[in-house]
Design a protein around this ligand. Sequence first.
Ligand SMILES: *Cc1c(COP(=O)(O)O)cnc(C)c1O
Ligand SMILES: [Zn+2]
Length: 501
Amino acid sequence: MKLDNFPKDIKSFLIPKPKPYLYYKCLGCLQKFSIAKLLYVCPECGKVMLLQNKKFEDLKNIDGKKWQKIFDYRKMLNIPALKGIYRYHEFLGPDIPLDSIVYLGEAHTPIVEANKRLQEKVGIKFFYKNDGQNPSASFKDRGMASALSYIKFLIKNNFISDVIAICASTGDTSASAALYASYLQSDIKSVVLLPHKKVTSQQLLQPLGSGTKVFEIPGVFDDCMKIVEKLSEKYSVVLLNSKNAWRILGQESYSYEIAQDFEYNMKNKVVFVPIGNAGNISAIINGFIKFFQANIINALPKIIGVQSEHANPVFQYYLEPDKNKRQFKPITVKPSVAQAAMIGNPVSMLRVISLVELYNKTAGAKKIFFIQTTEQSIMDWQLQANRNGHIACTQGGESLAGLVEALKQGIISNNETAILNATAHAIKFSMFQELYYKKKFSKEYNIKSNSKFINYPKLLMPHNLDKIPSQSKPLSKKDFKIFVNQISSKIAKELNLRTNP
Ligand SMILES: *Cc1c(COP(=O)(O)O)cnc(C)c1O
Ligand SMILES: [Zn+2]
């Protein structure tokens, strides 16, 4: 819709003007730093940071109902810069001018209600939010749109030039970084580090296809991360991992999108998130807090963080009920089908610790829980979800396995509504489906294939193996007719088809 056609009381709010409000806040020593310089960790104490708005209180001068209207009308604008995460400009990046915004189609992923059959099986009303329908097919694109828009802003203002952007990845961060950097090429070159043989072939092909320099490193993600940290300390590179607070800021859009899609009614809602580096859950927690404080949503939803028992450092940390006795211990991960979350030393742990406390305090009740699932349940639920019309990756299967477990433990009840993050597209992780179907999981995964969920193709051949259609030697008309008749009879027999009367 054209700007002129919007109601008068809303028109002047639709196109946001940039304001210099954001600053970095260190979660260790609590010091504040200007965003004029790119920082990843606190220059004083080395801890992670979050971006904060020094004028956040001013956002409350606009009524929550009015904000709802602004976001809803903004959705009808045909301005690319405001179609993605910056629909929520005032909450996400007030400093970023529209001409610096990079938009590749992220941040309006569909929320799809599970069919009756699957809802009955699980025992609760639930939806998947399909983050696989982002441009690089995972949720990481929201954070990347934010980080790259900020970098473009710095380049435009001549604060930096000839950027070499670098990240370590369990697969999806690199796919996303490579995609956005290739869009901004000539100004930005990107380099990614992947743990050798620990990403799927689709995830490896993505950054290669974007023309990015890919280094494979022996070890797991946590080892790659150490190398990237070393590089960013010693050399002039831009770090695109979720240590970078701009990534976290952009990913808050996930919460805003959910709020908007449920008409800002967050009562009795439960949001399930798989946890790896704990960046996504940090962003989601912070997003809901901000919308709640500005009266845009009427309640804080429950948030359930899910981890596999093969990569569960956050779950383990919260096993201790007394917060003064909790102690974070990095763990050594075991192979997991939720491979994108296979992280033993989450970069955002400090963010989680501080935001969980703030969330529960703001809600006046314990609203965030952590759950662990078995590898078996992750696979079984992923396959069942996808047999009912979903496109969940293994981490999306983990969300559903977590939902089943949360119901079993009584953390949630069936009068609530669950929203599960399918964090990437199923096809990125189809190798695990294949291992399951072929019963080829190595022992460490601890997964047995349930024949109920197995599916594989059946090859049909004609009786005469010399009479097979081929490009180089076409069949005669008569032979081809025989071929078609034989194969269709075989299929009819397999399917017990009745003949037409
Ligand atoms: C990165 C990723 C995760 C883990 O998210 P964190 O922010 O690292 O906790 C989960 N699923 C998929 C598909 C991912 O790419
Ligand atoms: Zn500090």
